[in-house]
Design a protein around this ligand. Structure first.
Ligand SMILES: [Fe+2]
Length: 201
């Protein structure tokens, strides 16, 4: 068994005009495929550790040292992107009553959450991700990570994530990351976020 690239849950042009078709092809078919290829190449060196990336990344010390960084980078790259595709949809969705209440409790209001998430995504220097996570105390928290690091390595469960690598937006938005972040809020699949929130509590 090897890890395989999951298909997109919608057409490549389904998120237009917010996320463009060319970006989706490059991002999914090229970038995500490369993470899959590279994590498989790393895991082949240590078949004894299996392929459960969530468990491995939740305990990075368990990964053999000679492939540890490759698994963090490329296994994280695979997990992050596999989640990211599912976190977007062309359909209209909304936070559940439970999630909306938790957002209000943690951030004050939905607009305050949106501002915090936008700030995390905007200020993440270089390549990385912005996240809404359920932390170890069971509370919602906005955070960001560098590169392909996943919050599960810090004991946090991601329920929403935004890729802010330039490859995620440069074709359409060029250097204007804030416009891409704003557009993302038009395609968030809150049904998926609601499910992840319910499972994470
Ligand atoms: Fe990406």
């Amino acid at each position: 068994m090897a890890i395989i690239l999951p298909e997109l849950p919608y057409a490549y042009d389904a998120l237009e005009p917010y996320i463009d078709e060319e970006t989706m092809h490059l991002h999914h078919d090229k970038h995500h495929q490369t993470y899959v290829n590279n994590v498989n190449a790393a895991l082949e060196k240590h078949p004894e550790i299996g392929e459960d990336l969530e468990s491995l990344l939740a305990n990075v010390e368990s990964i053999p040292a000679d492939i540890r960084q490759a698994v963090i980078n490329n296994g994280g790259g695979h997990l992050n992107h596999a989640l990211f595709w599912e976190l977007m949809t062309p359909e209209q969705t909304a936070p559940s009553a439970e999630l909306a209440a938790a957002i209000d409790a943690a951030f004050g209001s939905f607009d305050d959450f949106k501002a915090a998430f936008t700030a995390a995504a905007t200020t993440r220097f270089g390549s990385g991700w912005a996240w809404l996570v359920v932390n170890k105390e069971g509370k919602l928290e906005v955070t960001s990570t560098a590169n392909q690091d996943n919050p599960i390595s810090e004991g946090k469960k991601p329920i929403l994530g935004l890729d802010v690598w330039e490859h995620a937006y440069y074709v359409k938005y060029r250097n204007v990351r804030p416009d891409y972040i704003k557009a993302f809020f038009s395609v968030i699949n809150w049904n998926k976020v609601n499910d992840l929130f319910a499972a994470a509590k």
